[in-house]
Ligand binder design. Sequence first.
Ligand SMILES: C[S@@+](CC[C@H](N)C(=O)[O-])C[C@H]1O[C@@H](n2cnc3c(N)ncnc32)[C@H](O)[C@@H]1O
Length: 375
Amino acid sequence: MREARRAGAEAADCGPKLDPLVDAARDRAALASMAWAVDRLGGDSPAAATMAADLSADARAIVGRWLDELRRSGHLSADIRWVSAPPSRAEVDRAWAEALALAPDPGAGGALTRFFAACSRNLPALLTGEVRLQSLLFDQDDIAAEIYRTNEASRYTNAAAAEVVRARCRGVLRSGRTPQVLEVGGGVGGTTEAVLDTVRDLPLRYHFTDVGDWFVTRACTHWAGRAGLSAGILDINDASERQREALGDLAGGIDVVLAANVMHNAVDVSSSLRILADLCRPEAALALIETGTEHLPLLISMRFLMTLPPPGSGIGGDRTRTGRTLLDTTDWSEVVAASGWDLLDVLPGPDDDHPAARYDQHVWHAVRAPKETDR
Ligand SMILES: C[S@@+](CC[C@H](N)C(=O)[O-])C[C@H]1O[C@@H](n2cnc3c(N)ncnc32)[C@H](O)[C@@H]1O
């Protein structure tokens, strides 16, 4: 969709751009953080780090992913031995100080770099659950804003998704109906904000949902007074009947589904996408935002909020075995097209030379696949 691509590119262009040197410095510091934490857990035998006492199965999976990345980057040999001495805490802190010196300003990479550095210092406590990631993430407002709203890639994907929502709403309005939008996993509303801004001149019903009470309550107060907006709990892992119950009269009448950075939480992505398709009207649009790469800083930070699905081999392989929580971009395209939706576009395309593409964050734009019962 040309308008969505243009809106994304314009939004990405408008605001701070992250120097690739910052990304490289954060990657180096994240790897050093993993090496430091693995060394603390495993000592001479890094492979033993995943067996350390006090670790939950989730924490062991995280350490397992760190071992993969340390092997890939040459810090560990193929047989999981240190190639060179792992860094001291002081060396890790120096690596973060270097990254921060390249991105000092909040809003332009600074808030996020400070957050990653705080995660790095807290890795042992994050692994045992003594410190919860949320306490670091919501420490300052600008951290969440930088993750979901103000960075270049989010500006692109949020604006492109907003344009997808707007186009479908305008189509529905032309047919004489009031469009009904469902957002799942709305969270702190980074994408919601961009979408509501883009459709502010259109009459519509916008139902914001999340599995977390806190986010739903926040949405009710944050957008109090906004005509057409409602908020409620919805769990994308619930059975279809339960989701229908939660949505009441909206079930079966949805014209647009917006799912930003949430579908990777589905235990069975295909089944959750299919349930969403079944909640929609014919020709409904899907705007799905996901990231195809588990970036190194993510593996020492947001990864602590994600849980691996139980063993099984759906699209993307058995994530319990690979330890990956995110599907890659090819898998996302495949799973969307196999789960009740016809895929129209991926924005930016995986091979686009747009700078936002280097974060491997995209919008999958799809339309609900026609069904026998539509006629
Ligand atoms: C990474 S945040 C994304 C927030 C927001 N969509 C954005 O991109 O600005 C993921 C959100 O998904 C929600 N979530 C996690 N598991 C969920 C589930 N099973 N059903 C619905 N929402 C879920 C979390 O509570 C959180 O708010």
